[in-house]
Write a protein that binds this ligand. Structure first.
Ligand SMILES: *Cc1c(COP(=O)(O)O)cnc(C)c1O
Length: 477
């Protein structure tokens, strides 16, 4: 399998060549030259596999420059109940992504039992092991520099902690994260993890990361890399759980199943799109959004209008508060028949102007050919959904999964099983859950007392030079 750029300007490369990089050199996203195709007979064989064997079956066709035995070992080491159980011992943790039935035909697939309690662990843990393997083989090192307001940064740190050849420098707004999220990151004592608390807002943290990446000399000398949501390794790792969820609820292989996906940067649901393109009989892919509904507008009208920071709302499902959906480009590439020139012209209108409008025919094909539907919800919907799921089914969900539940109620059709992807545990968004239920969410046993652990971070001003100086001093010694 070779990889190309969505904008058509990159000679084909192999998996390991694109794994550590960010954007393609032409500014596009890297994507597989084609999607492996699975027949109904292939699917029937996969239906009985455990998570690790299924992950190998799904991922291996995308990777032809890691020997199969090594790839299998990396996958086996990643997807164990010890990593995806946060101290729970129920028998279904062996499933890694257990599917819970709320009522006949309505399910939640648990994706947030990893070390940071958000679905990002599903992919990030594999990425940590892949990075370590590829860096060791090539005798290379990488310094990951990123910005976070919560979920991504902690998932990256827990995936990369203690990994040979990798340092992580994670910027976050000083004093702005929830006490739980701060404790999660800053209680890490690993020598390769550095939390940089910037005395400013999240946007400034992101600007500093951009400035560092724009300094070509610094970037090359200090081997600066990223693990953001456009990373292809993350996307393919996420394809796996759609298969697992499908097999858990379909009565027969071949039956249609709907998935509802709480979405922000379109990484999670892009993996669902790839699973569908590979032949998994997904009927609808429901993109659930919050008040930041740029994706809902896109799927309803074909008009993609990324918002400015001044038009972005801070909501109670903050991991879906996006201005642009960075992975959307991969889907639109497929929508326009994989025409790199056409895609590049559309994204020129995103990068230099207000965005673009698809034709009526293309807009229609998003749902008819590709199965996409979208929904939108508000803070009031979120509270109502958290309450309803708790009262009706005795299950506590987080604010993002609640956006999924709100969407599920709008699109659900009798006779078609529907799976809502759980994207975080309620403990991560305590305040809103308390507002909805009048009580604190349950806390996994291994997280009791987390906030009392010793914390470590470096407080720095909102100045790219100060961050560079910190990195320089550390690497140069
Ligand atoms: C990252 C995240 C999302 C959004 O996922 P995308 O892949 O960016 O669409 C939704 N919910 C939670 C809890 C997240 O951490």
């Amino acid at each position: 399998m070779k990889y190309i750029s969505t904008r058509g300007g990159m000679p084909p490369k192999s998996f390991c060549e694109i794994l550590l990089g960010g954007l393609a050199p032409d500014g596009g996203l890297t994507i597989a030259e084609s999607y492996p195709q699975l027949s109904t007979a292939d699917l029937a064989e996969m239906a009985q596999l455990n998570y690790r064997d299924l992950a190998f079956k799904v991922i291996a066709p995308f990777v032809d420059d890691i020997p199969a035995a090594d790839l299998k070992a990396l996958i086996d080491k990643t997807y164990t109940a010890a990593v995806y159980c946060n101290g729970r011992t129920d028998s279904d943790m062996e499933a890694i992504t257990p599917v819970r039935e709320l009522e006949a035909g309505l399910y939640i697939q648990e994706l947030s039992n990893g070390p940071t309690l958000a679905f990002k662990d599903m992919a990030m843990q594999l990425l940590g092991n892949l990075f370590e393997y590829v860096l060791a083989r090539e005798g290379k090192e990488i310094n990951i520099v990123g910005a976070t307001s919560g979920d991504t940064g902690s998932a990256a740190e827990y995936a990369m902690r203690g990994k040979q050849g990798v340092n992580v420098f994670m910027l976050s707004p000083h004093g702005k994260m929830s006490p739980f999220q701060r404790a999660q990151m800053m209680s890490l004592q690993d020598a390769n993890i550095f939390n940089l608390a910037i005395t400013s807002m999240f946007d400034d943290c992101q600007d500093i990361v951009k400035a560092i990446n724009n300094d070509a000399e610094f970037k090359a000398k200090y081997k600066v890399g990223a693990v953001n949501s456009i990373n292809w390794g993350r996307v393919i790792a996420q394809v796996v759980y759609y298969f697992k969820g499908y097999f858990a609820v379909a009565k027969q292989v071949g039956d249609p199943v709907d998935f509802v996906v709480p979405s922000g940067n379109f990484g999670n649901v892009c993996a669902g799109h790839i699973a569908r393109q590979m032949g998994l009989p997904i009927r609808k892919l429901v993109v659930a959004t919050n008040e930041n509904d740029v994706l809902d507008e896109f799927f309803r009208t074909g008009s993609y209008r990324p918002r400015g920071l001044d038009q972005t709302f801070e909501t109670s499902s903050p991991s879906m508060d996006i201005t642009k959906a960075s992975n959307l480009e991969r889907f639109v590439f497929d929508l326009v028949g994989r025409d790199g020139a056409k895609l590049a012209a559309l994204w020129q209108q995103v990068d230099k102007g207000p965005g673009f409008q698809l034709s009526a025919e293309e807009t229609q094909r998003m749902s008819e050919q590709f199965g996409f539907v979208s929904t939108r919800s508000t803070h009031a919907d979120r509270l109502a959904s958290i309450r309803e799921v708790f009262e009706k089914y005795g299950v506590m969900i987080d604010t993002h999964t609640a956006d999924g539940y709100t969407g599920a109620k709008q699109v659900r059709e009798a006779g078609v099983p529907l799976v809502i992807l759980e994207t975080a545990l309620p403990i991560k968004f305590e305040a809103t859950v308390r507002e909805a239920l009048g009580r604190d969410p349950d806390r996994p046993a291994s997280f009791v007392g987390l906030e009392d652990l010793p914390q470590r971070c470096e407080v720095l001003p909102a100045d790219a030079e100060a961050v560079k100086a910190f990195i320089r001093k550390l690497i140069d010694g």
